[in-house]
Design a binder for this molecule. Structure first.
Ligand code: BGC
Length: 559
Protein backbone atom coordinates (compact mmCIF):
# COMPACT_ATOMS: atom_id res chain seq x y z
CA UNK A 1 0.00 0.00 0.00
CA UNK A 2 1.77 3.12 -1.20
CA UNK A 3 -0.71 5.91 -0.67
CA UNK A 4 0.16 7.99 2.39
CA UNK A 5 -2.66 9.59 4.31
CA UNK A 6 -4.39 12.59 2.92
CA UNK A 7 -3.40 13.14 -0.68
CA UNK A 8 -5.97 15.26 -2.53
CA UNK A 9 -6.53 16.81 0.88
CA UNK A 10 -9.90 17.29 2.43
CA UNK A 11 -11.98 15.45 -0.14
CA UNK A 12 -13.67 12.19 0.66
CA UNK A 13 -16.34 10.30 -1.19
CA UNK A 14 -18.76 11.17 1.58
CA UNK A 15 -18.36 14.81 0.79
CA UNK A 16 -20.93 15.94 -1.70
CA UNK A 17 -18.32 18.48 -2.82
CA UNK A 18 -16.33 15.74 -4.54
CA UNK A 19 -14.43 17.15 -7.52
CA UNK A 20 -16.12 16.83 -10.89
CA UNK A 21 -13.40 14.72 -12.47
CA UNK A 22 -13.79 11.95 -9.90
CA UNK A 23 -17.45 11.56 -10.82
CA UNK A 24 -17.18 12.07 -14.53
CA UNK A 25 -17.52 9.81 -17.57
CA UNK A 26 -15.18 10.23 -20.53
CA UNK A 27 -15.86 9.74 -24.23
CA UNK A 28 -12.76 9.61 -26.42
CA UNK A 29 -13.13 11.16 -29.85
CA UNK A 30 -10.56 10.17 -32.45
CA UNK A 31 -11.09 13.40 -34.33
CA UNK A 32 -10.05 12.19 -37.81
CA UNK A 33 -12.70 9.50 -37.74
CA UNK A 34 -15.66 11.06 -35.96
CA UNK A 35 -17.62 13.29 -38.34
CA UNK A 36 -16.52 15.08 -41.50
CA UNK A 37 -18.34 18.32 -42.32
CA UNK A 38 -16.23 19.62 -45.22
CA UNK A 39 -16.21 16.57 -47.50
CA UNK A 40 -12.48 15.84 -47.36
CA UNK A 41 -12.98 12.39 -45.82
CA UNK A 42 -11.37 13.50 -42.54
CA UNK A 43 -13.27 14.26 -39.34
CA UNK A 44 -13.10 17.84 -38.09
CA UNK A 45 -13.78 20.09 -35.12
CA UNK A 46 -17.03 21.35 -36.59
CA UNK A 47 -18.03 17.66 -36.79
CA UNK A 48 -17.69 17.34 -33.03
CA UNK A 49 -19.83 20.44 -32.52
CA UNK A 50 -22.56 18.93 -34.68
CA UNK A 51 -22.55 15.69 -32.70
CA UNK A 52 -22.46 17.16 -29.19
CA UNK A 53 -26.13 16.55 -28.60
CA UNK A 54 -25.65 12.86 -29.38
CA UNK A 55 -23.02 12.63 -26.64
CA UNK A 56 -24.99 14.72 -24.17
CA UNK A 57 -28.05 12.54 -24.74
CA UNK A 58 -26.00 9.41 -23.99
CA UNK A 59 -25.06 11.01 -20.68
CA UNK A 60 -21.32 11.59 -21.13
CA UNK A 61 -19.83 14.60 -19.41
CA UNK A 62 -16.18 14.78 -20.54
CA UNK A 63 -14.89 14.63 -24.10
CA UNK A 64 -11.27 13.76 -24.79
CA UNK A 65 -10.12 14.67 -28.28
CA UNK A 66 -7.00 13.46 -30.06
CA UNK A 67 -4.43 16.13 -31.08
CA UNK A 68 -5.51 18.79 -33.56
CA UNK A 69 -2.64 21.28 -33.71
CA UNK A 70 -0.27 21.67 -36.67
CA UNK A 71 1.45 18.46 -37.58
CA UNK A 72 2.87 16.67 -40.61
CA UNK A 73 0.38 13.93 -39.57
CA UNK A 74 2.90 11.12 -39.76
CA UNK A 75 1.47 9.95 -36.44
CA UNK A 76 -1.85 11.71 -37.05
CA UNK A 77 -1.28 14.65 -34.76
CA UNK A 78 0.92 13.02 -32.12
CA UNK A 79 3.82 14.58 -34.02
CA UNK A 80 3.36 18.30 -33.43
CA UNK A 81 5.04 21.02 -35.45
CA UNK A 82 3.28 23.97 -33.79
CA UNK A 83 1.54 23.83 -30.41
CA UNK A 84 -0.38 27.07 -30.83
CA UNK A 85 -2.24 26.76 -34.10
CA UNK A 86 -4.81 24.34 -35.47
CA UNK A 87 -4.14 21.99 -38.35
CA UNK A 88 -6.28 23.30 -41.26
CA UNK A 89 -7.61 19.80 -41.98
CA UNK A 90 -9.41 19.92 -38.63
CA UNK A 91 -10.55 23.57 -38.60
CA UNK A 92 -9.33 26.85 -37.18
CA UNK A 93 -8.99 28.57 -33.82
CA UNK A 94 -12.37 30.21 -34.09
CA UNK A 95 -14.06 26.84 -34.53
CA UNK A 96 -12.09 25.40 -31.64
CA UNK A 97 -13.17 28.28 -29.39
CA UNK A 98 -16.74 27.67 -30.47
CA UNK A 99 -16.35 24.01 -29.54
CA UNK A 100 -15.21 24.96 -26.03
CA UNK A 101 -18.17 27.26 -25.68
CA UNK A 102 -20.68 24.72 -27.04
CA UNK A 103 -19.33 22.00 -24.75
CA UNK A 104 -19.58 24.25 -21.71
CA UNK A 105 -23.04 25.48 -22.60
CA UNK A 106 -24.16 21.83 -22.27
CA UNK A 107 -22.45 21.50 -18.87
CA UNK A 108 -19.89 19.22 -20.39
CA UNK A 109 -16.08 19.28 -20.21
CA UNK A 110 -13.38 19.20 -22.83
CA UNK A 111 -9.92 17.69 -22.46
CA UNK A 112 -7.41 16.94 -25.18
CA UNK A 113 -4.16 15.13 -25.73
CA UNK A 114 -1.20 17.22 -24.69
CA UNK A 115 1.92 15.76 -26.25
CA UNK A 116 4.66 17.03 -23.97
CA UNK A 117 7.19 14.26 -24.40
CA UNK A 118 8.17 14.89 -28.01
CA UNK A 119 7.58 17.10 -31.02
CA UNK A 120 7.67 16.33 -34.72
CA UNK A 121 11.13 16.41 -36.29
CA UNK A 122 9.59 19.08 -38.53
CA UNK A 123 9.04 21.44 -35.60
CA UNK A 124 11.21 24.56 -36.05
CA UNK A 125 12.71 23.91 -32.59
CA UNK A 126 14.02 20.57 -33.72
CA UNK A 127 15.26 21.82 -37.07
CA UNK A 128 17.27 24.45 -35.24
CA UNK A 129 18.49 22.02 -32.61
CA UNK A 130 19.60 19.50 -35.26
CA UNK A 131 21.42 22.08 -37.34
CA UNK A 132 24.58 22.36 -35.19
CA UNK A 133 25.93 21.72 -31.72
CA UNK A 134 25.95 25.38 -30.74
CA UNK A 135 22.65 26.97 -31.76
CA UNK A 136 20.32 28.46 -29.09
CA UNK A 137 18.14 25.30 -29.12
CA UNK A 138 21.07 22.86 -29.24
CA UNK A 139 20.10 21.44 -25.86
CA UNK A 140 16.32 21.32 -26.35
CA UNK A 141 16.38 17.68 -27.43
CA UNK A 142 18.42 14.70 -26.28
CA UNK A 143 21.68 14.43 -28.17
CA UNK A 144 24.55 12.10 -27.35
CA UNK A 145 27.84 11.14 -28.91
CA UNK A 146 28.00 7.69 -30.40
CA UNK A 147 30.38 5.01 -29.27
CA UNK A 148 33.09 3.13 -31.10
CA UNK A 149 36.10 4.37 -33.01
CA UNK A 150 34.18 6.65 -35.37
CA UNK A 151 31.29 7.35 -33.03
CA UNK A 152 28.78 5.51 -35.20
CA UNK A 153 27.57 3.03 -32.56
CA UNK A 154 24.45 4.20 -30.64
CA UNK A 155 25.14 5.43 -27.08
CA UNK A 156 23.40 2.41 -25.55
CA UNK A 157 20.97 -0.46 -26.27
CA UNK A 158 17.71 1.43 -25.58
CA UNK A 159 14.66 0.61 -27.62
CA UNK A 160 11.69 2.91 -28.09
CA UNK A 161 8.11 2.02 -27.19
CA UNK A 162 7.23 1.57 -30.86
CA UNK A 163 9.79 -1.25 -31.12
CA UNK A 164 12.49 0.62 -33.09
CA UNK A 165 15.91 1.62 -31.82
CA UNK A 166 15.72 4.71 -29.62
CA UNK A 167 18.65 6.47 -31.32
CA UNK A 168 18.90 8.06 -34.78
CA UNK A 169 22.16 9.39 -36.17
CA UNK A 170 22.23 13.01 -37.44
CA UNK A 171 25.31 13.74 -39.58
CA UNK A 172 24.91 17.54 -39.15
CA UNK A 173 25.73 17.20 -35.45
CA UNK A 174 27.65 13.94 -35.74
CA UNK A 175 25.51 12.80 -32.83
CA UNK A 176 22.64 10.49 -31.99
CA UNK A 177 19.18 11.81 -31.18
CA UNK A 178 16.84 10.04 -28.75
CA UNK A 179 13.17 9.16 -29.18
CA UNK A 180 10.87 7.23 -26.86
CA UNK A 181 8.48 6.46 -29.72
CA UNK A 182 9.09 6.80 -33.47
CA UNK A 183 12.26 8.30 -35.01
CA UNK A 184 10.36 11.33 -36.35
CA UNK A 185 9.18 12.15 -32.80
CA UNK A 186 12.31 13.40 -31.00
CA UNK A 187 12.02 13.68 -27.21
CA UNK A 188 12.24 17.10 -25.65
CA UNK A 189 14.95 17.53 -23.01
CA UNK A 190 13.18 18.29 -19.72
CA UNK A 191 16.48 18.65 -17.90
CA UNK A 192 16.61 22.00 -19.68
CA UNK A 193 14.52 24.47 -17.59
CA UNK A 194 13.77 26.57 -20.66
CA UNK A 195 12.08 23.60 -22.32
CA UNK A 196 10.04 22.87 -19.22
CA UNK A 197 8.84 26.46 -18.90
CA UNK A 198 8.00 26.67 -22.60
CA UNK A 199 5.89 23.53 -22.39
CA UNK A 200 4.19 24.66 -19.18
CA UNK A 201 3.29 27.83 -21.08
CA UNK A 202 1.80 25.69 -23.85
CA UNK A 203 -0.46 24.14 -21.22
CA UNK A 204 -1.37 27.62 -19.89
CA UNK A 205 -2.18 28.82 -23.41
CA UNK A 206 -4.89 26.17 -23.79
CA UNK A 207 -6.12 26.43 -20.22
CA UNK A 208 -6.64 30.14 -20.88
CA UNK A 209 -8.80 29.13 -23.83
CA UNK A 210 -11.01 27.31 -21.36
CA UNK A 211 -10.08 23.64 -21.85
CA UNK A 212 -10.79 21.55 -18.77
CA UNK A 213 -7.55 19.64 -18.80
CA UNK A 214 -5.36 17.21 -20.65
CA UNK A 215 -4.68 13.60 -21.34
CA UNK A 216 -0.89 13.49 -21.13
CA UNK A 217 0.44 11.42 -23.94
CA UNK A 218 3.19 8.90 -23.06
CA UNK A 219 4.00 10.73 -19.82
CA UNK A 220 5.92 7.64 -18.66
CA UNK A 221 8.70 8.68 -21.07
CA UNK A 222 9.18 12.28 -19.95
CA UNK A 223 12.60 11.57 -18.33
CA UNK A 224 15.34 9.06 -18.99
CA UNK A 225 18.24 7.90 -16.86
CA UNK A 226 20.91 10.63 -17.30
CA UNK A 227 23.64 8.00 -16.88
CA UNK A 228 22.21 6.16 -19.92
CA UNK A 229 22.43 2.79 -18.16
CA UNK A 230 21.75 -0.20 -20.41
CA UNK A 231 18.30 -1.77 -20.36
CA UNK A 232 18.07 -5.37 -19.22
CA UNK A 233 16.70 -8.14 -21.45
CA UNK A 234 13.22 -9.53 -20.83
CA UNK A 235 11.25 -12.59 -21.92
CA UNK A 236 8.28 -10.51 -23.06
CA UNK A 237 7.61 -8.92 -26.46
CA UNK A 238 4.90 -6.43 -25.49
CA UNK A 239 4.31 -4.19 -22.46
CA UNK A 240 2.25 -5.51 -19.59
CA UNK A 241 0.91 -4.04 -16.40
CA UNK A 242 3.90 -5.64 -14.66
CA UNK A 243 6.72 -4.16 -16.68
CA UNK A 244 7.30 -1.85 -19.56
CA UNK A 245 8.76 -4.20 -22.11
CA UNK A 246 9.15 -4.13 -25.85
CA UNK A 247 10.74 -6.72 -28.12
CA UNK A 248 12.50 -8.58 -25.32
CA UNK A 249 13.80 -5.47 -23.58
CA UNK A 250 12.67 -4.04 -20.24
CA UNK A 251 12.53 -0.27 -20.77
CA UNK A 252 13.61 0.25 -17.18
CA UNK A 253 16.07 3.08 -17.79
CA UNK A 254 14.29 5.17 -20.40
CA UNK A 255 10.77 5.11 -18.91
CA UNK A 256 9.20 5.68 -15.48
CA UNK A 257 12.05 7.52 -13.78
CA UNK A 258 11.65 8.95 -10.27
CA UNK A 259 12.00 12.44 -11.76
CA UNK A 260 8.86 11.85 -13.82
CA UNK A 261 6.76 11.65 -10.67
CA UNK A 262 8.23 14.93 -9.47
CA UNK A 263 7.40 16.43 -12.87
CA UNK A 264 3.76 15.38 -12.37
CA UNK A 265 3.60 17.44 -9.17
CA UNK A 266 5.09 20.46 -10.96
CA UNK A 267 2.56 20.17 -13.74
CA UNK A 268 -0.19 19.90 -11.17
CA UNK A 269 0.80 23.27 -9.77
CA UNK A 270 0.46 24.71 -13.26
CA UNK A 271 -3.11 23.53 -13.68
CA UNK A 272 -3.92 24.52 -10.11
CA UNK A 273 -3.30 28.14 -11.16
CA UNK A 274 -6.65 27.77 -12.92
CA UNK A 275 -9.27 27.43 -10.31
CA UNK A 276 -12.71 28.21 -11.66
CA UNK A 277 -13.42 25.53 -12.63
CA UNK A 278 -10.73 23.09 -11.57
CA UNK A 279 -8.79 21.41 -14.38
CA UNK A 280 -7.64 17.85 -14.71
CA UNK A 281 -4.55 15.88 -15.76
CA UNK A 282 -4.87 12.27 -16.84
CA UNK A 283 -1.56 10.62 -17.63
CA UNK A 284 -0.91 7.78 -20.03
CA UNK A 285 1.45 5.19 -18.60
CA UNK A 286 1.90 1.47 -18.80
CA UNK A 287 3.46 -0.27 -15.85
CA UNK A 288 2.83 -1.72 -12.47
CA UNK A 289 -0.01 0.05 -10.63
CA UNK A 290 1.95 0.48 -7.42
CA UNK A 291 4.69 2.30 -9.30
CA UNK A 292 2.51 4.41 -11.58
CA UNK A 293 0.19 5.48 -8.75
CA UNK A 294 3.15 7.72 -7.82
CA UNK A 295 2.19 9.91 -10.76
CA UNK A 296 -0.87 10.85 -8.68
CA UNK A 297 0.85 11.35 -5.37
CA UNK A 298 4.52 11.40 -4.50
CA UNK A 299 6.75 12.96 -1.85
CA UNK A 300 3.78 14.42 -0.02
CA UNK A 301 2.43 16.24 -3.08
CA UNK A 302 -0.51 15.77 -5.41
CA UNK A 303 0.43 15.02 -9.00
CA UNK A 304 -1.80 13.96 -11.87
CA UNK A 305 -5.47 13.64 -11.03
CA UNK A 306 -5.66 10.18 -12.56
CA UNK A 307 -3.67 7.75 -14.61
CA UNK A 308 -4.89 5.83 -17.62
CA UNK A 309 -4.72 2.19 -16.46
CA UNK A 310 -4.05 -0.40 -19.14
CA UNK A 311 -4.78 -3.47 -17.04
CA UNK A 312 -8.44 -3.81 -18.05
CA UNK A 313 -7.70 -3.64 -21.78
CA UNK A 314 -6.21 -7.08 -22.02
CA UNK A 315 -7.88 -8.65 -19.00
CA UNK A 316 -9.45 -12.04 -19.83
CA UNK A 317 -13.24 -11.89 -19.53
CA UNK A 318 -13.38 -13.93 -16.31
CA UNK A 319 -15.02 -13.11 -12.99
CA UNK A 320 -11.95 -14.07 -10.94
CA UNK A 321 -9.65 -11.95 -13.07
CA UNK A 322 -11.96 -8.95 -12.82
CA UNK A 323 -12.15 -9.41 -9.06
CA UNK A 324 -8.35 -9.42 -8.81
CA UNK A 325 -8.23 -6.32 -10.98
CA UNK A 326 -10.70 -4.49 -8.72
CA UNK A 327 -8.65 -5.46 -5.69
CA UNK A 328 -5.50 -4.09 -7.32
CA UNK A 329 -7.23 -0.83 -8.26
CA UNK A 330 -8.69 -0.39 -4.79
CA UNK A 331 -5.33 -1.14 -3.21
CA UNK A 332 -3.28 1.31 -5.22
CA UNK A 333 -5.90 3.97 -5.95
CA UNK A 334 -7.92 4.11 -2.71
CA UNK A 335 -9.98 7.18 -1.98
CA UNK A 336 -9.26 9.99 -2.34
CA UNK A 337 -7.34 8.74 -5.39
CA UNK A 338 -9.36 7.22 -8.19
CA UNK A 339 -8.67 4.48 -10.74
CA UNK A 340 -9.65 4.70 -14.40
CA UNK A 341 -11.71 2.06 -16.20
CA UNK A 342 -10.40 1.73 -19.71
CA UNK A 343 -11.15 -1.07 -22.16
CA UNK A 344 -10.03 0.37 -25.48
CA UNK A 345 -8.42 3.35 -27.16
CA UNK A 346 -7.06 4.48 -30.51
CA UNK A 347 -4.03 2.19 -30.20
CA UNK A 348 -5.67 -1.08 -29.22
CA UNK A 349 -8.16 -3.51 -30.63
CA UNK A 350 -11.91 -2.80 -30.59
CA UNK A 351 -13.87 -4.08 -27.57
CA UNK A 352 -16.44 -6.07 -29.52
CA UNK A 353 -13.71 -7.91 -31.44
CA UNK A 354 -11.89 -8.76 -28.23
CA UNK A 355 -15.18 -10.14 -26.92
CA UNK A 356 -15.63 -12.40 -29.95
CA UNK A 357 -18.46 -10.27 -31.33
CA UNK A 358 -20.75 -10.92 -28.33
CA UNK A 359 -23.21 -8.08 -27.66
CA UNK A 360 -24.21 -9.78 -24.38
CA UNK A 361 -20.63 -9.59 -23.15
CA UNK A 362 -20.30 -6.01 -24.39
CA UNK A 363 -23.35 -5.00 -22.33
CA UNK A 364 -21.98 -6.78 -19.28
CA UNK A 365 -18.67 -5.03 -19.69
CA UNK A 366 -20.45 -1.65 -19.93
CA UNK A 367 -22.41 -2.48 -16.79
CA UNK A 368 -19.16 -3.21 -14.98
CA UNK A 369 -17.44 -0.13 -16.33
CA UNK A 370 -20.16 2.34 -15.35
CA UNK A 371 -20.94 0.88 -11.93
CA UNK A 372 -17.43 0.44 -10.52
CA UNK A 373 -15.51 3.04 -8.61
CA UNK A 374 -13.37 4.83 -11.18
CA UNK A 375 -13.47 7.08 -14.19
CA UNK A 376 -14.97 5.19 -17.15
CA UNK A 377 -13.58 5.87 -20.63
CA UNK A 378 -15.46 4.94 -23.81
CA UNK A 379 -13.58 4.90 -27.09
CA UNK A 380 -15.81 6.34 -29.83
CA UNK A 381 -17.94 3.74 -31.56
CA UNK A 382 -17.60 1.09 -28.85
CA UNK A 383 -21.07 2.13 -27.70
CA UNK A 384 -22.47 0.66 -30.92
CA UNK A 385 -19.95 -2.17 -31.26
CA UNK A 386 -17.81 -1.03 -34.18
CA UNK A 387 -15.54 -4.00 -34.89
CA UNK A 388 -11.85 -4.13 -35.75
CA UNK A 389 -11.73 -3.57 -39.52
CA UNK A 390 -9.04 -5.75 -41.05
CA UNK A 391 -6.55 -3.69 -43.05
CA UNK A 392 -3.38 -5.46 -44.22
CA UNK A 393 -0.14 -4.14 -42.73
CA UNK A 394 1.15 -3.27 -46.19
CA UNK A 395 -1.80 -0.92 -46.76
CA UNK A 396 -1.43 0.68 -43.35
CA UNK A 397 -1.36 4.46 -42.99
CA UNK A 398 -0.38 4.12 -39.35
CA UNK A 399 3.35 4.72 -38.80
CA UNK A 400 3.58 1.60 -36.60
CA UNK A 401 2.12 -0.50 -39.43
CA UNK A 402 4.53 1.08 -41.91
CA UNK A 403 7.45 0.32 -39.61
CA UNK A 404 6.32 -3.31 -39.22
CA UNK A 405 5.21 -4.09 -42.74
CA UNK A 406 7.79 -6.91 -42.89
CA UNK A 407 5.83 -8.87 -40.25
CA UNK A 408 4.02 -11.83 -41.89
CA UNK A 409 0.33 -10.95 -42.21
CA UNK A 410 -0.87 -14.30 -40.79
CA UNK A 411 0.79 -13.50 -37.46
CA UNK A 412 -1.24 -10.31 -37.02
CA UNK A 413 -4.40 -11.90 -38.37
CA UNK A 414 -4.19 -14.54 -35.67
CA UNK A 415 -3.55 -12.11 -32.86
CA UNK A 416 -6.15 -10.24 -30.85
CA UNK A 417 -3.75 -7.35 -30.58
CA UNK A 418 -3.37 -5.05 -33.55
CA UNK A 419 -0.14 -3.90 -35.13
CA UNK A 420 -1.86 -1.70 -37.68
CA UNK A 421 -3.69 0.88 -35.57
CA UNK A 422 -5.80 1.91 -38.60
CA UNK A 423 -7.87 -1.15 -37.73
CA UNK A 424 -9.33 0.49 -34.63
CA UNK A 425 -9.51 4.01 -36.10
CA UNK A 426 -12.01 3.48 -38.92
CA UNK A 427 -14.84 6.03 -39.20
CA UNK A 428 -17.84 6.33 -36.92
CA UNK A 429 -20.97 4.63 -38.22
CA UNK A 430 -23.78 7.16 -37.98
CA UNK A 431 -26.42 5.76 -40.31
CA UNK A 432 -26.94 3.51 -43.30
CA UNK A 433 -26.32 6.16 -45.93
CA UNK A 434 -23.17 6.17 -48.09
CA UNK A 435 -19.97 6.12 -46.02
CA UNK A 436 -22.14 5.37 -42.97
CA UNK A 437 -22.94 9.08 -42.74
CA UNK A 438 -19.35 9.85 -41.68
CA UNK A 439 -18.74 11.94 -44.79
CA UNK A 440 -20.69 12.75 -47.92
CA UNK A 441 -21.20 10.29 -50.73
CA UNK A 442 -18.70 12.07 -52.95
CA UNK A 443 -15.92 12.13 -50.36
CA UNK A 444 -13.48 9.31 -49.81
CA UNK A 445 -13.16 8.42 -46.11
CA UNK A 446 -9.49 8.45 -45.04
CA UNK A 447 -9.88 4.86 -43.82
CA UNK A 448 -12.42 2.29 -44.99
CA UNK A 449 -15.79 2.20 -43.28
CA UNK A 450 -16.72 -1.11 -41.56
CA UNK A 451 -18.54 -3.25 -44.13
CA UNK A 452 -21.43 -4.14 -41.82
CA UNK A 453 -22.43 -0.50 -41.23
CA UNK A 454 -26.00 -1.16 -42.38
CA UNK A 455 -26.48 -3.46 -39.39
CA UNK A 456 -24.34 -1.48 -36.96
CA UNK A 457 -24.98 2.24 -36.82
CA UNK A 458 -26.23 4.90 -34.43
CA UNK A 459 -29.50 5.61 -36.18
CA UNK A 460 -30.53 1.96 -36.29
CA UNK A 461 -29.56 1.24 -32.70
CA UNK A 462 -31.39 4.31 -31.46
CA UNK A 463 -34.59 2.74 -32.73
CA UNK A 464 -34.00 -0.64 -31.05
CA UNK A 465 -34.88 -0.59 -27.35
CA UNK A 466 -32.44 -3.41 -26.48
CA UNK A 467 -29.53 -2.30 -28.61
CA UNK A 468 -26.02 -1.92 -27.21
CA UNK A 469 -26.33 1.83 -27.69
CA UNK A 470 -29.50 2.04 -25.64
CA UNK A 471 -27.91 -0.09 -22.96
CA UNK A 472 -24.98 2.33 -22.73
CA UNK A 473 -27.44 5.17 -22.42
CA UNK A 474 -29.37 3.45 -19.63
CA UNK A 475 -26.36 2.50 -17.57
CA UNK A 476 -24.71 5.92 -17.94
CA UNK A 477 -27.91 7.68 -16.90
CA UNK A 478 -28.33 5.34 -13.95
CA UNK A 479 -24.77 6.12 -12.89
CA UNK A 480 -25.32 9.86 -13.26
CA UNK A 481 -28.54 9.81 -11.24
CA UNK A 482 -27.26 7.56 -8.44
CA UNK A 483 -24.73 9.14 -6.05
CA UNK A 484 -23.53 5.71 -4.85
CA UNK A 485 -22.56 4.77 -8.39
CA UNK A 486 -20.62 7.91 -9.18
CA UNK A 487 -19.20 8.82 -5.81
CA UNK A 488 -19.82 5.98 -3.40
CA UNK A 489 -17.27 3.60 -1.95
CA UNK A 490 -16.79 0.13 -3.40
CA UNK A 491 -16.83 -3.10 -1.42
CA UNK A 492 -16.23 -6.38 -3.15
CA UNK A 493 -18.81 -8.96 -1.99
CA UNK A 494 -16.17 -11.69 -1.62
CA UNK A 495 -18.66 -14.16 -0.15
CA UNK A 496 -20.80 -13.98 -3.30
CA UNK A 497 -17.95 -14.02 -5.79
CA UNK A 498 -17.23 -17.32 -7.52
CA UNK A 499 -15.42 -18.50 -10.63
CA UNK A 500 -18.38 -17.24 -12.62
CA UNK A 501 -19.82 -14.42 -10.52
CA UNK A 502 -18.43 -11.04 -9.70
CA UNK A 503 -20.37 -9.08 -7.09
CA UNK A 504 -19.71 -5.77 -5.41
CA UNK A 505 -21.51 -3.10 -3.39
CA UNK A 506 -21.53 0.61 -3.96
CA UNK A 507 -22.32 2.60 -0.85
CA UNK A 508 -23.08 6.25 -0.33
CA UNK A 509 -24.43 7.54 2.98
CA UNK A 510 -27.49 5.38 3.76
CA UNK A 511 -27.81 4.02 0.23
CA UNK A 512 -26.43 0.64 -0.76
CA UNK A 513 -26.45 -1.01 -4.17
CA UNK A 514 -25.30 -4.39 -5.34
CA UNK A 515 -23.90 -5.10 -8.77
CA UNK A 516 -23.81 -8.74 -9.75
CA UNK A 517 -22.28 -10.01 -12.99
CA UNK A 518 -22.59 -13.53 -14.29
CA UNK A 519 -19.49 -13.73 -16.46
CA UNK A 520 -20.19 -17.28 -17.62
CA UNK A 521 -22.32 -18.97 -20.23
CA UNK A 522 -24.42 -20.90 -17.73
CA UNK A 523 -27.24 -19.73 -15.50
CA UNK A 524 -26.53 -18.84 -11.88
CA UNK A 525 -28.59 -18.40 -8.73
CA UNK A 526 -29.25 -14.84 -7.64
CA UNK A 527 -29.23 -15.09 -3.83
CA UNK A 528 -30.32 -11.47 -3.31
CA UNK A 529 -33.81 -11.18 -1.81
CA UNK A 530 -35.84 -8.06 -1.11
CA UNK A 531 -33.97 -5.94 -3.54
CA UNK A 532 -35.16 -3.51 -6.11
CA UNK A 533 -33.91 -4.36 -9.59
CA UNK A 534 -32.77 -1.13 -11.22
CA UNK A 535 -31.13 -2.39 -14.37
CA UNK A 536 -30.39 -5.69 -16.04
CA UNK A 537 -28.54 -6.51 -19.25
CA UNK A 538 -31.36 -9.05 -19.82
CA UNK A 539 -34.65 -7.27 -19.23
CA UNK A 540 -36.65 -10.48 -19.76
CA UNK A 541 -34.73 -12.43 -17.09
CA UNK A 542 -35.92 -14.48 -14.10
CA UNK A 543 -35.98 -12.97 -10.60
CA UNK A 544 -33.91 -15.64 -8.83
CA UNK A 545 -31.61 -16.71 -11.60
CA UNK A 546 -29.11 -14.82 -13.66
CA UNK A 547 -29.04 -15.66 -17.34
CA UNK A 548 -25.70 -16.44 -19.03
CA UNK A 549 -23.73 -13.18 -19.17
CA UNK A 550 -26.41 -11.28 -17.31
CA UNK A 551 -25.52 -8.38 -15.06
CA UNK A 552 -27.78 -6.54 -12.62
CA UNK A 553 -27.78 -3.43 -10.52
CA UNK A 554 -29.96 -3.82 -7.42
CA UNK A 555 -30.88 -1.43 -4.66
CA UNK A 556 -30.64 -2.77 -1.12
CA UNK A 557 -32.24 -1.48 2.04
CA UNK A 558 -30.45 1.02 4.30
CA UNK A 559 -26.74 0.43 4.73
C1 BGC B 1 -0.54 7.55 -28.21
C2 BGC B 1 -0.26 7.03 -29.58
C3 BGC B 1 0.89 7.85 -30.16
C4 BGC B 1 2.10 7.81 -29.22
C5 BGC B 1 3.15 8.79 -29.59
C6 BGC B 1 0.75 7.13 -27.51
O1 BGC B 1 0.74 6.66 -26.36
O2 BGC B 1 -1.66 6.97 -27.61
O3 BGC B 1 -1.36 7.07 -30.41
O4 BGC B 1 1.24 7.30 -31.39
O5 BGC B 1 1.74 8.05 -27.90
O6 BGC B 1 2.73 10.09 -29.34
Amino acid sequence: MVIPANPEKSVSSHDSGMEWWKKTTVYQIYLRSFFDTNADGIGDIQGIIEKLDYLKDLGYETLWISPFTQSPQRDFGYDISDYHSISPQYGDMETFEKLVQEVHSRNMKLVFDLVLNHTSNEHSWFKESASSRNNPKADWYIWKDGKGRNGMTPPNNWRAMAGNRAWTYYPERRQFNYTAFLPFQPDLNYHNPEVKQTMFDVARFWLNKGVDGFRLDIISAIYEDPELCRNPASFRITPSDKSLTIFFQNLKNNFLQAKSFEFATELRSVIDEFDHPKRVLIGESHGNEELISQFCYSNGKNGLNAIFLFKAISMPFKAEKYREMLMTFEKHFPEPLIPTLVFANHDRTRIITRLGGSIEKAKLLALFQFTCRGIPFTYFGDEIGIPRVRIPLRQGKDAIAIQHKWVPQFLVDNSVEILNRDECRTPMLWNEKANAGFCTDSAEPWLPVAKNFKEINVEKQRGEPHSLLNFYKKVIHLRNETPALHQGSLEIAHDLCTKRILAYYRVYQAEKYMVMLNMSNSRAINPMKDVELLLSTHPQGEAHRLQPFEGRVMKLGSA
